[in-house]
Design a protein around this ligand. Structure first.
Ligand code: ADP
Ligand code: MG
Length: 273
């Protein structure tokens, strides 16, 4: 997986040319579309989450990008964010399509990823055997780090691509942003009631419960989420998706990075008991 801190990393911008399908398994009804990469001249399939949906707003798509970029930086497999330009010409081609209105409310850049064909869904506990313990440990630690309660039973937001496990769908991550600042955990490296509930509801928790996890090396990778990472993220995001929320997220995660040893110990303890 590339990392946004790689020297020449760029986010691809592609231009929507043809609507193909709605992915109704997702609550935000992402769309499968064809889009043109003007640089390479190639037309490919992409999954776009157009803005015209109540759950897709600027902070949400910023969180989608940050979640994927943090996963990539930590060495997890994630669908790489792509910016999908929706033009009025494209929206006009959809007159009569039930999703026309959604696209008219999404003119400009939208969040998307390149469509990966042939993925194998991860659904119930019977899929646990396909997942290595180390992958489960790392993804669980990642979700607790980014405060993501949206990988749970019935909604794993995990897919297998060949034999690799991919994480996606991070628009509900950093959920401390939804709380008033004085209600937030001031010591987020210590697992409070909210974090323990998040852990116990995590899709992978039943696989790990009662085991001795080995996350020490993985937790050291958190140091890659440093000032350079955040500066790069801020530069890569479309300017109108960025707000003060970015600094709030950066500061919250920096506390966990600084106190990662305690975070890892508490997480290991909570999984063991
Ligand atoms: N890049 C991709 N390649 C293949 N399938 C994808 C990709 N992105 C999303 N999907 C499929 O679309 C579904 C919905 O995407 P998701 O990001 O979970 O949306 P939602 O926020 O609506 O739940 C996923 O469960 C997955 O099956
Ligand atoms: Mg989803």
């Amino acid at each position: 997986m590339p990392k946004i801190t790689d020297e020449n990393y760029l986010v691809k911008t592609v231009h929507a040319t043809e609507w193909q399908d709605v992915l109704s398994t997702g609550t935000t009804e992402p769309m499968l579309i064809l889009a043109l990469d003007a640089e390479s001249g190639e037309r490919d399939s992409y999954v776009v989450k157009p803005f015209g949906h109540p759950r897709i707003y600027r902070q949400a798509v910023m969180k989608e990008c940050l979640g994927a970029w943090i996963a990539m930086e930590l060495g997890l497999n994630a669908f790489e964010p792509v910016y999908i330009e929706v033009s009025t010409d494209f929206a006009d081609t959809l007159r009569g399509n039930p999703h026309y209105q959604r696209f008219t409310e999404s003119i400009g850049l939208n969040f998307g990823t390149k469509y990966v064909p042939g993925t194998i869904p991860i659904v119930g506990p019977k899929c646990f055997s396909k997942i290595q313990a180390s992958q489960a440990e790392q993804i669980t630690a990642f979700d607790l780090f980014i405060s993501n309660a949206d990988r749970r039973e019935g909604k794993p937001n995990l897919l297998m691509v060949q034999s690799d496990l991919f994480v996606f769908d991070h628009e509900l991550a950093f959920d401390f942003m939804l709380m008033l600042s004085f209600n937030r955990n001031l010591k987020p490296w210590e697992l409070g009631e909210m974090e323990l509930t998040m852990l116990r509801k995590h899709f992978l928790y039943p696989k790990l419960r009662g085991t001795q996890v080995d996350i020490h090396d993985f937790i050291e990778r958190f140091t890659g989420i440093d000032d350079h990472f955040w500066a790069k993220a801020s530069n890569l995001l479309p300017p109108d998706w960025v707000s003060d929320d970015l600094a709030t997220i950066q500061n919250h995660l920096a506390l966990i990075v600084e106190n990662r040893t305690i975070f890892a110990q508490q997480l290991a303890q909570a999984i063991l008991i």
